[in-house]
Design a protein around this ligand. Structure first.
Ligand SMILES: Cc1cc2nc3c(=O)[nH]c(=O)nc-3n(C[C@H](O)[C@H](O)[C@H](O)COP(=O)(O)OP(=O)(O)OC[C@H]3O[C@@H](n4cnc5c(N)ncnc54)[C@H](O)[C@@H]3O)c2cc1C
Length: 416
């Protein structure tokens, strides 16, 4: 029997989707994973997996070997720092290792992979969707009842379907070695310094683990609106790393886009679903592994219903996703991103870093990052009270102190 379902892309979204289908009782002969890469393949990524992601990976495939464990996140800015403690640890992986582990879990359960196969065309029809697949021996065509676009930020499934997507950001990252740097191996650092230099995003410093050992530090910057030229992002990252005590360990600083979710994002046409980053990920921090996998699990559940009903359509695919915990998280994050990367980033950064209740929630260790949306009504009320007491926080520019290791406090942090 030829497979009814083609999953384009064997990254975290594609493999989570496949594993969930298997758990729902779908036969591995019913679907095929297709990827242009040969695994293990490199993927530009910090490799940080927050706690909810570690839980989902464990549930679907167990604990991957290698990688490292961190005990929390630290958010930094010129107006102060705060710690995020989740109810469990985070993981940090080399993406080649993590993705190969997830793929192996699929293969061990009988899933077929067509690797080194590039999809060059996706043509949706009434009865089926036709794919053009290019390999080293030429191009072949095959039709499937369902095509699942798990093919990442540059998804051909999205481009071919004309479905509306969210903002595309721009990121650069490289591996550095310590040259006096103070960051600890047990923490993931997120620094909103780029906002002082009109880059709507943040910089990160993550330990880089390969096979369980720290072999360097990943430092990069995210432009969450895709408006800053790549050259500027690269030179900013180099300066920042040098100031903080890090030396470039690679020949160049690589760049890659990210596609973010927003409430208008579309992900479904008859016989076609977009999942993972092809659908859209967290626009505030660019966290993609956990959101991609949670979205994939949701999509697999919806597809199984459609297979059972014998239809090629899924009613309210996007709206019902927004009602899931992960959908609500993306909605919350996109609201924050619109403010912090919007017209008055300095004001919203001051709001974020000055809210005692938020800092207490984040540092409490009772919750998971990405699951704070249920506290929104209390957060809004507390912010309202703060504004009544102290006025609206200032939108005045913030100045980044250069050439020093350590984060300085900004005198303009006080409300107007
Ligand atoms: C610099 C940088 C740092 C990041 N850091 C983090 C981080 O620390 N933590 C985090 O959670 N997220 C991070 N992300 C985001 C994260 O990497 C992605 O969101 C995540 O990989 C999305 O998973 P996915 O399975 O949807 O897509 P991908 O992981 O991109 O997988 C897509 C797969 O599709 C295949 N493919 C693509 N096109 C085709 C085609 N035409 N034919 C066949 N195959 C195709 C690719 O080979 C790939 O294997 C980072 C991203 C960047 C750019």
């Amino acid at each position: 029997m030829s497979p009814r379902i083609a999953i384009l892309g064997a990254g975290p979204a594609g493999t989570a989707f496949a594993l969930r289908l298997l758990n729902l009782g779908v036969s591995p002969s019913d679907f095929v994973l297709i990827d242009k890469a040969k695994f293990p393949r490199p993927k530009l990524c910090g490799g940080g997996v927050t706690f909810r992601g570690t839980e989902l990976i464990t549930e679907l495939a167990g604990r991957p070997p290698g990688g490292g464990v961190t005990v929390g996140l630290e958010f930094r800015s010129v107006v102060g720092n705060f710690d995020v403690r989740e109810k469990g640890p985070q993981w940090v992986y080399d993406r080649g290792e993590l993705d190969a582990f997830l793929l192996d879990a699929c293969l061990a359960r009988g899933v077929t992979l067509r690797d080194e196969t590039t999809i060059t065309e996706v043509e949706a029809g009434h009865e089926s969707t036709k794919l053009a697949m290019k390999t080293s021996t030429g191009t072949t065509y095959e039709s499937f009842a369902w095509v699942i676009g798990a093919d990442g930020a540059n998804s051909i499934a999205r481009r071919a379907s004309g479905l509306r997507g969210g903002i595309v950001g721009r990121l650069v990252e490289a591996v550095f070695e310590k040259d006096g740097g103070q960051e600890r191996e047990d923490t993931l650092y997120f620094d909103f310094d780029p906002i002082c230099d009109r880059i709507p995003g943040y910089a990160w410093v993550f330990p880089y683990y390969v096979s369980g050992q720290v072999v360097g530090w990943k430092i990069g910057v995210m432009d969450g609106r895709g408006v800053v030229p790549g050259d500027k992002l690269r030179s900013w990252t180099l300066d920042y790393a040098k100031e903080r005590g890090y030396r470039l360990a690679e020949e160049k600083i690589a760049g890659w886009p990210e596609r973010y979710w927003d409430w208008r994002t579309q992900g479904h046409k008859p016989g076609l679903l977009l999942i993972g980053e092809a659908f859209g990920i967290d626009p505030l921090l660019g966290e993609g592994i956990a959101p991609a996998m949670f979205n994939a699990v949701y999509a697999a559940d919806r597809l199984k219903q459609s297979l059972d009903e014998g239809t090629r359509t899924i009613r309210r695919y996007e709206l019902d996703f927004m009602r899931t915990e992960e959908g609500m998280n993306l909605w919350f994050q996109s609201g924050l991103a619109d403010r912090i990367y919007g017209r008055h980033p300095e004001r919203w950064l001051r709001v974020l870093f000055s809210m005692k209740h938020l800092r207490n929630l984040a540092g409490g260790g009772d919750d998971a990052y990405g699951r704070l949306v249920r506290h929104l009504p209390v957060l809004v009320a507390k912010y309202g009270m703060q504004v009544l007491r102290e006025g609206i926080p200032s939108a005045a520019p913030m100045v980044r102190k250069r050439a020093s290791i350590g984060v300085q406090q900004d005198a303009s942090a006080a409300p107007e």
